[in-house]
Write a protein that binds this ligand. Structure first.
Ligand code: NAD
Ligand code: GLY
Length: 360
């Protein structure tokens, strides 16, 4: 069990294997006794919905699954409206609460529905993808996409609790699983050198999804994220460290129209670019970049930039929502295990690694 310390909005993250049936007692302890809707998609609902509903029924909480379509393209206002419709039809009131059962898509949209329905109700995160277990379920960023860009509409709304069941990862498709590992490696690179070593020494066990190793990796990742969020809940400064690798990742995703790479795969590519820039700055050296590339490749993650012109990258980076008039707050790694966040207005510098690689 881990605490996310945010004063009156503090909550716990519980970790285990095969522990979904604990959800009822968790709700009881939190005095969540109103009716509930378990928001999920058809795949995850079929696998894990019944365990959740039965556990809630055992403590007299009435709940039904609310199925939304599977996929990032459905993290939008029309799915959100369809959620509101069902909540209103079912008569959920201000004492009701939502449960997000799924990956980051389900977690983000459920959190935003909870943040906005009846001016805000409680919700619980039950993340089932690796990315959701180590990142999106913790920290209270909720939201949906807009036609003009990803995650442009949203709110900070912390969950009342997070329940992580490592055994749900058994059914996660391999590519999704490996993609989630990129975000795990990110924590090692910018926050915790020992954790980076820990991962490097357990590649085979992680590839085998060995439960004890996963339990440790997921709980350590959450501990790192919880520490960052407790320090800077609303990303006024240090929380930006979690965006390491994301400047280039977002550009790669945009240029490939979100079709070629999963998010974690794009983050893997972006981290390599960020590490090379850290080298140029003198914050890291070539052996750090080599270790990062080696580790990513052992998990089959991509490390090479797709071939677009420097101009195309420039345009894509300029569209990032984190870019402002003065440039961008760029996250560099300091060796392995530390970070430096700096405003960079020099586009030529930002693009220098790309120029060196794609040469056009
Ligand atoms: P996702 O939610 O689309 O899940 C990936 C796929 O795996 C989906 O098809 C899903 O149905 C399936 N899946 C999930 N768990 C499964 C399981 N146990 N068994 C079988 N299939 C399973 O994608 P994701 O990678 O989990 O999350 C990506 C989303 O998270 C993006 O929308 C991103 O913007 C968001 N995100 C949010 C934050 C945050 O802080 N709020 C942080 C990072 C990412
Ligand atoms: N995933 C980035 C953040 O939560 O801030």
């Amino acid at each position: 069990m881990l605490d996310v310390s945010l004063g009156t909005r503090s909550y716990t993250i519980q970790f285990g294997s095969g522990n979904l049936s604990r959800i009822g007692s968790i709700c009881k302890k939190l005095n969540l006794s109103g009716s509930s809707a378990v928001i999920t998609n058809a795949t995850i609902g079929a696998l894990y919905g019944k365990s959740i509903i039965d556990s809630l029924a055992a403590v007299d909480i009435s709940a039904e699954c609310l199925i939304i379509p599977d996929g990032e393209q459905f993290k939008n206002s029309s799915t959100l409206n369809s959620i509101y419709d069902v909540l209103i039809e079912r008569g959920l009131d201000r004492k009701s609460f939502l449960i997000a059962l799924g990956g980051g898509v389900v977690g983000d949209i459920t959190g935003f529905a909870a943040a906005t329905y009846l001016r805000g109700i409680e919700f619980i995160q039950v993340p089932t993808s690796l990315l959701a277990q180590v990142d999106s379920s913790v920290g209270g960023k909720t939201g949906i996409n807009h036609l003009k860009g990803k995650n442009l509409i949203g709110a900070f709304h912390q969950p009342r609790s997070v329940l992580v069941d490592i055994s749900t990862l058994d059914t996660l498709p391999e590519r999704e699983y490996l993609s989630g590992l990129a975000e795990v490696i990110k924590y090692g690179v910018v926050c915790d050198r020992d954790f980076f070593h820990f991962i490097s020494e357990r590649v085979d066990r992680l590839l085998d999804r060995e439960q004890n190793t996963l339990l440790e990796v997921v709980s350590r990742s959450c501990a790192i994220k919880a520490g960052v969020v407790a320090n800077d809940e609303r990303e006024d400064g240090y929380r930006a460290v979690l965006n390491y690798g994301h400047t280039f990742a977002h550009a790669v995703e945009r240029l490939t129209e979100y079709k070629r790479f999963l998010h974690g795969e794009a983050v893997a590519i972006g981290m390599v670019q960020a590490c090379k820039l850290s080298e140029y700055k003198g914050y890291a050296d070539s052996s750090d970049t080599k270790r990062l590339i080696d580790l990513l490749q052992q998990f089959g993650l991509p490390v090479d930039l797709p071939s677009f012109t420097v101009e195309a990258y420039l345009q894509a980076i300029r569209k990032d929502k984190k870019v402002n008039a003065g440039g961008i707050n760029f996250v560099f790694n300091s060796g392995i295990g530390g970070s430096v966040i700096e405003a960079v207005a020099d586009w030529d510098f930002l693009l220098s690694t790309i120029r060196a690689e794609v040469g056009k």
